[in-house]
Structures are given as structure tokens and as C-alpha cells.
Design a protein around this ligand. Structure first.
Ligand code: G
Ligand code: MN
Length: 260
């Protein structure tokens, strides 16, 4: 790998990154059913910035990927684990690449961080693309054997055959934002969305729709029978200090606005 000064070292990753938590909400009730842990970078001035680009740039470096997962799991252990007993229904999902799962490091980390009683409260998100590779399939088996549930992420972006998805043992299906945007203006997209909901129901999977920003979209998704929503309509990713309030109070339901 090229020595790129803008890519942090493993040590810097461990010091400069934290997790924020985006609520995943029951569309019907507004209560929080989970959070997706998302990496954020602490800037030199103390403000918190995005980390997505950086994670893409270190994708080829297994050590740094493991460091990011370590940061996220450590954050969850500190920020979220204390709430697992108080609020028994919710989960936390983590984006863990199959290479990291295959390396055996995840098992060590969850043991070290004392997740043992709560492994069924963790969800590993594999992208649709990753899940359908051989490494993805064996990773899925490894995390399931640990008692961690599995979500298929970015569903609808991987140009996969539905039959292949049906063959995997998955718990949650996350419908990608790209399938959400056109549903209000395109009848075929609306039907496709409803078809995915039916597919997930047939496979006994819960559905999460990603990237919902407006009440119109939230309302459509509720009517289409999607279980859960994640997006700015409900909430951006929250700093740890705001997690408790989200669990306690939940979020508004998508109701029609009053007539003008
Ligand atoms: O693919 P994955 O679910 O891991 O992506 C989560 C990313 O999507 C995060 O970086 C998050 O900030 C972003 N995101 C979350 N909610 C929304 C939303 O409502 N709109 C848009 N445009 N992006 C969102
Ligand atoms: Mn994800």
C-alpha cells in the first residue's frame, strides 16, 4: 500500500475515532428498535467529522480495518452495553467486512469486551455484494455461530439474483436509499419496493428502510408494510450522550400534516 500521509496509522485510528449511533425506528410506533453504529473522526479542533471516505481508502489494509472495528465495538461496549438490560428490545448493528470476520479477530474482541451475555443484541451488517461471495457466506456462518444476527446492507445495489438472497440465512434486510427515492413518482419503483417487502416476509426477515428523509417517504414505507426506518426523517446518527433519551422517548410517527 502507498504511504499516504492523509491515511491515519493504526494508533491514530484507535485514538481519533469514535462511534455515533443512528436510531432504527419502528415505523408504526416510533420506538427505537436499534442503532447503527457509524464511525466518526475526532478532528484536531475537537469537532466530530465523517469517516466514510477514509474507511473506503483503507479498505485494502486488514490491520486498519480491524482497528476501526475495535474502535466501534469498544465504543458500543462503553456507550450502549449499559442500556441492554434496561431496554430489552433493541439491537446495535455494526458494519463488519468479511475479511475482518474471517480473520477471527471479532470473536476475540467480543470476548475481551465482555459481550457474551449480549451477543444476540449485536447485528453484523454485510453488504449485499459482500454477502454473496464465498468469503461472505463463510463469514455469515461464523457470526451466526457466535450468536450474532446478520443484516444484509444496501439491498438493491448489488445486482444479485433474488434466488441467491433467498438461499442465505439472514435476519434483517436493509433496503437501500436508491430504491426509496423514486417510489413516490414511479409506479414500477413502488411495486418493486412492495415486492421486496413481500420477499422479506416470505423469508422471515425484518425490513429496515434506509435514508428516509421526508414524511411522505416514511408514510409510503409504513403503508407498504416496511417494519423499521432509518434516516434523517427520524434522526441523524447521535452522539453517545443522546442515546438514552432516544431509547426513552422514541420518535414521531409519520402522520399526515394538517390541511392548509
Ligand atoms: O450503507 P450504510 O447503512 O452503512 O450507510 C449509512 C450512511 O448513510 C451513514 O453514513 C449515514 O450518515 C447515511 N445516512 C443515514 N441516514 C441518511 C438519510 O436519511 N439520508 C442520506 N442522504 N444519508 C443518510
Ligand atoms: Mn450499514
Amino acid at each position: 500500500m502507498m504511504n499516504d500521509a492523509s491515511v491515519p496509522s493504526v494508533d491514530e485510528i484507535l485514538k481519533q475515532f469514535i462511534a455515533h449511533y443512528q436510531p432504527i425506528v419502528d415505523i408504526d410506533t416510533g420506538s427505537v428498535v436499534g442503532f447503527e453504529a457509524l464511525a466518526r473522526r475526532i478532528q484536531p479542533d475537537g469537532s466530530i467529522g465523517a469517516a466514510g471516505d477514509l474507511i473506503e481508502r483503507i479498505e485494502q489494509d486488514p490491520e486498519k480495518l480491524v482497528a476501526i472495528i475495535r474502535v466501534i465495538l469498544t465504543s458500543i461496549s462503553r456507550d450502549i452495553k449499559p442500556f441492554f438490560d434496561l431496554y430489552p428490545g433493541f439491537y446495535v448493528s455494526v458494519n463488519i467486512p468479511p475479511t475482518v470476520i474471517g480473520s477471527g479477530n471479532v470473536l476475540n474482541m467480543v470476548q475481551e469486551l465482555k459481550f457474551a451475555p449480549y451477543l444476540n443484541r449485536l447485528v453484523c451488517e454485510l453488504t449485499e455484494r459482500q454477502a454473496l461471495t464465498d468469503l461472505g457466506r463463510s463469514s455469515l456462518q461464523i457470526v451466526h455461530d457466535m450468536g450474532i444476527r446478520v443484516a444484509i446492507d444496501d439491498f438493491g445495489t448489488g445486482n444479485s439474483g433474488l434466488a441467491q438472497i433467498a438461499g442465505l440465512d439472514l435476519d434483517i434486510l436493509k433496503i437501500d436509499r436508491s430504491l426509496v427515492l423514486p417510489v413516490l413518482t414511479n409506479r414500477v419503483s413502488a411495486r418493486l419496493l412492495r415486492g421486496i417487502v413481500a420477499l422479506a416476509a416470505a423469508l422471515h426477515m425484518r425490513t429496515v428502510v434506509e435514508g428516509v428523509e421526508t414524511w411522505e417517504h416514511a408514510f409510503f414505507m409504513q403503508a407498504a408494510g416496511v417494519d423499521y426506518g432509518q434516516g434523517w426523517f427520524w434522526s441523524k446518527a447521535l452522539p453517545p450522550a443522546q442515546v438514552a433519551a432516544a431509547l426513552k422517548s422514541g420518535f414521531p410517527r409519520p402522520t399526515l400534516p394538517p390541511r392548509a
